[in-house]
Design a protein around this ligand. Structure first.
Ligand code: PBG
Length: 326
């Protein structure tokens, strides 16, 4: 008898053989591309900590969505940066707000050729920089729910396909679902940031979206990164409340939770590869310490392999390009 008995290398002998046995696939169709739109902005502005990511004026949004769509990416995730902030986050639910304007403009121009998703949160819109309404020195959960529901509704009126609550208030999915249904928006879907962790990986985003908290931190509402059972309960709760797509966020340090969510539940699972994950790669690549394309490919495949059906990623455009070329 020859040794070894099992030779796994046999199926690695040629690139065609390796293609044949490849278990995980990645395509531009897996991506959701974040888009930052800023009110009263004159020209595209680079975000310091996120090299190739820009904030766009409303006038440039259609061109940007055209580029994304031509790359075969099926969806965008809109984030708005308003000119006006107050304690109530009023510009988040203003029918003439920057996000609402962007949604209706994209809808008019692209019809149903792109899935329009929009972030539903208050931190860009509140003077406090918190994701909910602050009363005293606390984030008031139920007060915040009403404002989140108003925001989702006004995005629905503008023509959004999917609202994506990221405030981590208890009951946000149920409240938004009811508000949408009561107004006849039964076809507007909800992709919740179900298990959004209290993470240091968000800091470049806070530069991009001007939404760092003015005092304190987000520990009273985001999930501690030490607790996986608690994260799964967040996912379970969103499913009980009628969510359509659940999300795990960030992605790279949370692959175990993506896999666990995939194993336990049958709803579509999204992963959000966040700004800090992007910045780590870009930073090291700019020094020549790693190969950006190869690392990006490996990271995105690993998120798919863990069980994500779709990935919100700042690499959506470059990755779609290299996937089309390969
Ligand atoms: C706002 C929000 C944040 C992110 C998405 N929506 C920041 C935060 O919670 O502080 C982070 C996304 C990223 O880092 O790419 N609630």
């Amino acid at each position: 008898m020859s040794f070894p008995t099992r030779r796994l290398r046999r199926l690695r002998t040629s690139s065609k053989m390796r293609e044949l046995i490849q278990e995980t696939n990645l395509s531009p169709r897996d991506f959701i591309c974040p888009v930052f739109v800023q009110e009263d902005l004159k020209t595209r502005t680079k975000v310091d900590s996120m090299s190739e990511i820009e904030r766009l004026p409303l006038e440039d949004i259609n061109e940007e969505v055209g580029i994304i769509s031509d790359l075969g990416i099926p969806a965008i995730m809109l984030f708005g940066i308003p000119s006006y902030k107050d304690e109530k986050g009023s510009s988040a639910f203003d029918d003439k707000g920057i996000v609402q304007k962007a949604i209706s403009q994209i809808r008019q121009n692209f019809g149903d050729k792109i899935v329009i998703m929009a972030d539903v949160c208050l931190c860009q819109f509140t003077s406090t920089g918190h994701c909910g309404i602050v009363q005293g020195n606390k984030i008031d959960n139920d007060e915040s729910l009403a404002v989140l529901a108003k925001t989702a509704l006004s995005q629905a009126r503008a023509g959004v396909d999917t609202v994506s609550p990221s405030a981590m208030m208890d009951g946000q999915v149920a409240t938004i679902r009811k508000a949408l249904d009561d107004d006849g928006f039964t076809d507007v879907s909800i992709m919740s940031h179900s298990a959004k962790h209290r993470s240091s990986f968000y800091s470049p985003f806070r530069d991009a979206a001007e939404c760092a908290p003015k005092f304190g931190d987000r520990k009273t509402y985001q999930v501690p990164f030490t607790n996986s059972r608690e994260a799964i309960m967040e996912v379970q709760t969103d499913i009980d409340e009628g969510v359509d797509i659940v999300m795990i966020k960030p992605a790279l340090s949370y692959l175990d939770l993506i896999a666990e969510t995939r194993r336990r539940f049958d709803v579509p699972v999204a992963a959000y590869s966040v700004s800090g994950e992007y910045a780590l790669v870009k930073g090291a690549a700019s020094k020549g310490w790693i190969n950006e394309k190869d690392i990006t490919e490996e990271i995105l495949y690993s998120i798919k392999r863990a069980g994500a059906d779709m990935i919100v990623t700042y690499f959506a455009k470059p990755a779609a390009k290299f996937l089309q070329e390969s």
